[in-house]
Design a protein around this ligand. Structure first.
Ligand code: PLP
Length: 394
C-alpha cells in the first residue's frame, strides 16, 4: 500500500495554532486581563428562533412513524432545492431545481468537487486566500498557481493572458480581505474561463453580507457564467450554521467539458459518495428561506455589520488604509508604519489586549496586513475599536 504522498507537500499551518499559543502565554502572564477576540471567523450569535422551531419540529417528526424520514435524496430534499432556486430568482438568477445540490457545508464541497476534474489540471488561487483552496488542491495532487493580489488592485486581481489555469478559485466577498468583485471584474474572469476552457469555483460563502445593490452576489449574475462556473455557498455565516452544517452548490446543466456534463457527473458522485444531508438539518435550513427566517437572519447580520462600522470608523479616524467591512464581515488593514503582521499582532495583544489575525498567515502577500473579523460581540468590538484609536493615535 502506498499512502497519498501529496500530504507530504502540504505546508504546516501554524496560523491559528500560533495565535492560540501566544494568547495562552499572554493570559498566563496576565490572568486578570480580558482579551478582545477579533480574530476568529466563527459566528457568535445563536440560530434564529424560526430555525430552532423548525429543528424541534423535525426532531418530533423523526419520533413518529407517520412523519419519520430515513435516507434523504443524495442531492438534497427536493423542497429545499426548489426553495434555494427561488432564493436565486430573487437575485435575478434563474436556476432549475436540478442545478442546486444540498451539501453539509462549503468546506466539504470545496474539497469534494475536485473529483470532477482530471489530476493534470492546474488550480489558480488568488493570494492572500482562504487556506483550504491550496490545501485541497495539493491533497488531490494538482499544481497550484499562485496569483498575488495587493493594495494596487484592491486585492482583486484580474486575469492575464499568460496564466495557464484550468480550475480557478474565486471568493467574493473574499476571506481574508473582505474585497468584493464588481460585475466587470467578474466578467473578465468569466470570459477568461470560457475562452481557456477553464472552470471557476466561485465561493459565495459571504454573499449575504453584500449591501451595495451594484455588486454581484452570485457568479450567475454574470453573462456567460453558466458555461464555466460552479458556485459553492453555505448557511454558516449567513444564518449561523457553522455548528449545524448546511451548504449548497450550483452546477448549471449547460456546464460541459469534452462532451461530459458536470451536473450529471456530480449527481453520479453524490449518489456514490453520500447518503444525503440529515432530514432534521434540511428542515431547519428551509426555515432560513421563509419570510420570517430572512428577517431574523438579517437582524443577526445587522449586528455584525454594526461591528464592522465601528471598526471602519476607528480606522478612518486613524487614516489607515483598509478594504472590506462594508460588504463583508472581514476588514483587512495595512499595518501601521510598515510593521510586519506578526509584530503588529504582538503589539495589539500586549498593548491593548486585542487579538486579530496576521495577514501573513494567508500567504506571503498578506505580510504587512492584518485581518479583523466582525463576528464578535458588539461590546467587545466597541471597546476594541476605542483601544485601537487610543493606541495608534499617538
Ligand atoms: N469558504 C470561505 C471563504 C470561508 O471563509 C469558510 C469558513 O470560514 C468556508 C468556505 C467554510 O464554510 P462552511 O462552514 O460551510 O464549511
Amino acid at each position: 500500500m502506498k499512502p497519498n504522498r501529496n500530504y507530504a507537500e502540504l505546508k504546516d499551518s501554524y496560523l491559528f495554532y500560533n495565535i492560540a499559543q501566544k494568547t495562552r502565554a499572554y493570559l498566563q502572564e496576565h490572568p486578570d486581563h480580558k482579551l478582545y477576540r477579533m480574530g476568529i471567523g466563527d459566528v457568535s450569535l445563536p440560530l434564529s428562533p424560526v430555525v430552532i422551531d423548525a429543528l424541534h419540529e423535525a426532531v418530533d417528526d423523526q419520533g413518529k412513524k407517520d412523519t419519520f424520514h430515513g435516507y434523504m435524496p443524495e442531492t438534497g430534499d427536493p423542497t429545499l432545492r426548489k426553495t434555494i432556486a427561488d432564493y436565486y430568482k430573487k437575485k435575478g438568477v434563474g436556476l432549475a431545481e436540478e442545478e442546486v445540490f444540498v451539501s453539509s457545508g462549503a468546506s466539504d464541497e470545496l474539497g469534494d468537487i475536485l473529483d470532477l476534474f482530471d489530476r493534470d489540471n492546474t488550480a489558480l488561487v488568488m493570494e492572500p486566500a482562504y487556506p483550504a483552496y491550496v490545501d485541497a488542491s495539493i491533497i488531490a495532487g494538482r499544481e497550484v498557481i499562485h496569483l498575488p493580489a495587493g493594495k494596487e488592485n484592491g486585492f482583486l486581481p484580474q486575469p492575464r493572458e499568460d496564466l495557464e489555469a484550468d480550475i480557478i478559485y474565486l471568493c467574493s466577498p473574499a476571506n481574508p480581505t473582505g474585497a468584493v468583485f464588481g460585475h466587470s471584474q467578474l466578467k473578465a474572469w468569466v470570459d477568461y474561463a470560457n475562452s481557456h476552457d477553464a472552470v471557476i469555483l466561485f465561493d459565495a460563502a459571504y454573499e449575504a453580507f453584500i449591501e451595495d445593490p451594484d455588486l454581484p452576489r452570485s457568479i450567475f449574475e454574470i453573462e456567460g457564467a453558466r458555461t464555466c462556473a460552479i458556485e459553492i455557498c453555505s448557511l454558516s455565516k449567513t444564518a449561523g450554521f457553522t455548528g449545524t452544517r448546511l451548504g449548497y452548490t450550483v452546477i448549471p446543466i449547460d456546464l460541459e467539458r469534452q462532451g461530459m456534463n458536470l451536473n450529471a457527473m456530480w449527481v453520479r458522485n453524490r449518489t456514490t459518495k453520500t447518503n444525503g444531508v440529515s432530514y432534521i438539518i434540511q428542515k431547519g435550513a428551509r426555515a432560513v428561506f421563509t419570510e420570517e427566517g430572512q428577517k431574523q437572519i438579517r437582524d443577526n447580520i445587522r449586528v455584525y455589520k454594526d461591528n464592522a462600522a465601528m471598526l471602519m470608523e476607528a480606522l478612518d479616524q486613524l487614516g489607515i488604509w483598509y478594504c472590506g467591512g462594508k460588504n463583508s464581515p472581514y476588514i483587512w488593514m495595512e499595518c501601521p508604519e510598515g510593521m510586519g503582521s506578526w509584530d503588529f499582532f504582538d503589539y495589539l495583544l500586549h498593548e491593548i489586549q486585542v487579538v486579530g489575525t496576521p495577514g501573513e498567515g494567508f500567504g506571503s502577500c498578506g505580510e504587512g496586513y492584518f485581518r479583523f473579523s466582525t463576528f464578535g460581540s458588539r461590546e467587545d468590538t466597541r471597546e476594541a475599536s476605542r483601544r485601537l484609536v487610543e493606541l495608534l493615535r499617538k
